[in-house]
Write a protein that binds this ligand. Structure first.
Ligand SMILES: Cc1cc2nc3c(=O)[nH]c(=O)nc-3n(C[C@H](O)[C@H](O)[C@H](O)COP(=O)(O)OP(=O)(O)OC[C@H]3O[C@@H](n4cnc5c(N)ncnc54)[C@H](O)[C@@H]3O)c2cc1C
Length: 382
């Protein structure tokens, strides 16, 4: 964290927006986080409140009920929650789901779903991963078979962020068996009163305790063909690929904000905590460690700021987004590990921010495409 540095994308309007978001997060989320962690979800009310404050779908066009801003507005909410260790509010996948609709949906689909997503009435999820298909989506088994003006869906999904609370799942299915990528489609499944649909367990995770990551089951579920994203079968892979840089950028934004939050808290802590007649901050080891952590965090911030500028300009490519996702999240884990170390035993206690940040950060290297897959993608461009 370099206090002399100001992100170039934060102009006066964004600074005012950030101030409003930070006040909302402090008032509505921070006091509830402990209860949310215990019950493993944030509940629907906070989504409606965030929607009413104009904090959802901030970069979706106003003609579809969005705020009509850009990626900087998305980044602000993600930063303000991530730096405080609030990992239960699955804004990222909600936004990605909305982007699938805005970028690939029919006009009718955009008008049907996006205004409710922006208001927080409809929470979005992405149903891609399955027990036998994570990194390798060719192994997808969930089938959607056309029957008149409906699809009949059978299969299951695992690790679905917002899975318990979501009212709309962008469901990745096979519409043509044996056709590989060409047989893959996305169906927007509205889950309320959906016969044959069942949410399984909210999964018990290492971190992100207030996030309702869940299993989803589909047994002869019937969804109208008008819910096929974009209206044409076989477009699923192409639609997914188009939004990957956006998803990876969001993960990197959350990563650097968590580093900044953890580092600020650690600096505060070591200046107060005493051992051997002085503060922890006075040991040369602490000074050098903090210098290293501040430098790594600053490099990550410069990288992420460049990514944010590129997204706003519409020039972020998959390779650069993959570099940011892998490098920032690897560095996030290194930095937060040292923050825990500088807290001693207290750093291992859940009531301390750095403990929660550290537990939450481990999955950053796994979801959104593992960091190994990121390196695979980067290496193909070399
Ligand atoms: C908390 C959480 C939230 C999630 N949210 C969602 C969600 O909202 N929606 C959703 O669809 N999914 C979600 N996921 C799933 C996530 O995207 C997958 O876990 C991830 O893509 C990895 O897939 P996998 O778990 O099947 O691991 P695997 O693909 O089985 O990978 C296992 C290991 O093998 C490595 N590996 C695989 N292939 C290669 C290769 N070609 N080269 C080198 N190494 C390789 C991987 O990097 C990894 O280290 C979430 C997961 C978690 C834990």
């Amino acid at each position: 964290m370099n206090t002399a540095y100001a992100s170039p994308w934060v102009d006066e309007e964004i600074a005012i927006f950030r101030d409003a978001v930070a006040r909302f997060v402090e008032a509505e989320m921070v006091p509830n986080d402990e209860q949310w962690r215990k019950r493993q979800h944030v509940g629907k009310e906070i989504w409606r409140k965030a929607g009413a404050m104009g904090m959802l779908c901030t970069d979706i066009g106003a003609q579809y009920g969005g705020v009509g801003g850009d990626f900087r507005h998305e980044a602000v909410l993600y930063e303000e929650t991530s730096r405080r260790g609030l990992s239960g509010f699955g804004q990222g996948v909600h936004s990605i789901c909305a982007h699938y609709l805005e970028n690939h949906g029919t006009e009718e689909q955009k008008h049907r779903f996006l205004p409710r997503m922006a208001s927080g009435a409809l929470i979005g999820a992405i149903g891609m991963s399955e027990p036998a298909a994570g990194s390798d989506l060719q192994g997808l088994r969930t089938r959607a078979v056309r029957d008149g003006d409906e699809y009949v869906i059978n299969g299951s999904k695992i690790f679905i962020t917002n899975g318990y609370l979501a009212g709309l799942v962008a469901l990745v299915v096979k519409t043509q068996a044996g056709e590989g990528a060409k047989g893959t489609s996305i169906i927007m499944a509205e889950t309320e009163n959906l016969k044959g649909f069942r949410v399984g367990r909210i999964l018990d995770k290492m971190g992100m305790k207030s996030q309702d990551t869940a299993e989803l089951f589909f047994e002869d579920v019937r969804v109208p063909t008008t819910n096929l994203l974009g209206g044409a079968e076989g477009q699923g892979f192409y639609q997914l690929m188009g939004d990957l840089p956006y998803e990876r950028a969001l993960i990197a934004v959350a990563g650097v904000a968590a580093m900044e939050g953890g580092l600020a808290e650690t600096i505060r802590y070591v200046k107060e905590r005493r051992a051997f007649g002085k503060t922890i901050a006075e040991f040369q080891n602490t000074k050098f460690k903090l210098a290293e952590l501040a430098t790594k965090t600053h490099i990550a911030r410069l990288f992420v700021d460049d990514i944010i500028a590129k997204i706003v300009a519409g020039t972020l490519d998959t390779v650069t987004a993959s570099m940011a996702k892998y490098w920032v999240t690897d560095t996030q884990q290194e930095v937060l590990d040292e923050c825990v170390q500088l807290h001693g035993g207290y750093g291992y206690m859940n009531e301390y921010l750095v403990c929660r940040l550290f537990a939450d950060c481990r999955v950053q290297r796994i979801y959104g495409g593992t960091n190994e897959i990121m390196k695979e993608l980067i290496s193909r461009s070399l």
